[in-house]
Design a protein around this ligand. Structure first.
Ligand code: ZN
Ligand code: ZN
Length: 276
């Protein structure tokens, strides 16, 4: 198994995750033989954005950010001889909220080492926002709202394209999170078209920008997905184009650190994140 590190890790500051302490993730990483981790807690959503999930639990609270950064810094220092700990965020790209996201990045950017840019929120044709990875029931409602499942997929990949091209300032994350997250419920709701051409175009843009890709194993454990994000085939295409693949378990519990990395075969080269 690849042990360079796990660069997509959540914490007890995530309202939809477990209460496992940040230190328990560090200990789990050391026990697994990993060399590095990045804490990538969901950064708070823009203050003017209303979290569309039923429990409004998509991201950490603004008032927790300082506590999160302080605790990460303490652990970084405490474990500096055993584990390379990077401090970061998973940043939501929300179409229409680029300015507030840029402000957030300008504010916190100097205090972090690494970050991921992900799309979880889409704007529906009626202007409302939806969260695509919340639940199978919610996904069904989203399909109805968009008219067809393919409209949802098209909007998702269009939003990823916007994310790659957006100007989020000098602290914009260079790693694109779980590129095919839209497939989370694909065993229940299957798109009619295939999106390989769109994905190929996105990989070309990622390559042009010298961005990285989150090689995210969480989907293996989602019952309606059973695949990594993106698939191994797409990881190979990305790698052939020269894109760096950065392993991430997307753990929301300490026992899931490094989970699924053994399913990525050795012919796929995984790398550590570059510097921001
Ligand atoms: Zn999460
Ligand atoms: Zn995510």
């Amino acid at each position: 198994m690849n042990t360079i590190g796990d660069f997509h890790v959540h914490t007890n500051f995530c309202p939809h995750g477990s209460n496992d302490s940040m230190e328990s993730y560090v200990v789990a990483a050391i026990n697994k033989g990993l060399k590095s981790i990045t804490f990538t807690e969901h950064a708070p959503l823009p203050k003017t954005f209303i979290d569309p999930t039923p429990n409004r639990d998509s991201a950490m609270l603004w008032e927790d950010v300082d506590k999160y950064l302080n605790e990460a810094n303490e652990l970084k220092e405490k474990y500096k001889n055993t584990l390379n700990i990077k401090i970061g965020f998973e940043i939501d790209f929300i179409s229409g909220y680029e300015e507030s996201t840029k402000e957030l990045l300008n504010h916190f950017g100097p205090h972090i080492d690494d970050a991921i840019l992900s799309v979880h929120m889409l704007q529906a044709p009626n202007g409302e926002y939806v969260c695509i990875d919340y639940s199978v029931e919610e996904f069904e409602r989203i399909i109805q709202q968009f008219g067809t499942i393919d409209n949802v997929y098209k909007t998702y990949y269009k939003t990823i394209k916007q994310a790659i091209l957006s100007d989020l300032g000098k602290y914009k994350p260079i790693r694109i999170g779980h590129l095919t997250l839209i497939e989370k419920f694909s065993k229940v709701f299957r798109a009619k078209e295939d999106y390989l051409q769109e994905i190929n175009g996105l990989l070309d843009l990622i390559n042009e920008k010298q961005y990285e890709l989150d090689a995210n194993t969480a989907g293996y454990y989602k019952e309606y997905c059973n695949n990594c994000y993106p698939s191994l085939d797409i990881m190979r295409i990305a790698s052939d184009k020269g894109i760096r693949l950065i392993p991430g378990s997307d753990s929301h519990a300490s026992k899931h650190i490094g989970r699924g990395f053994e399913q990525i075969p050795d012919d796929i080269t995984l790398s550590s994140p570059g510097t921001m």
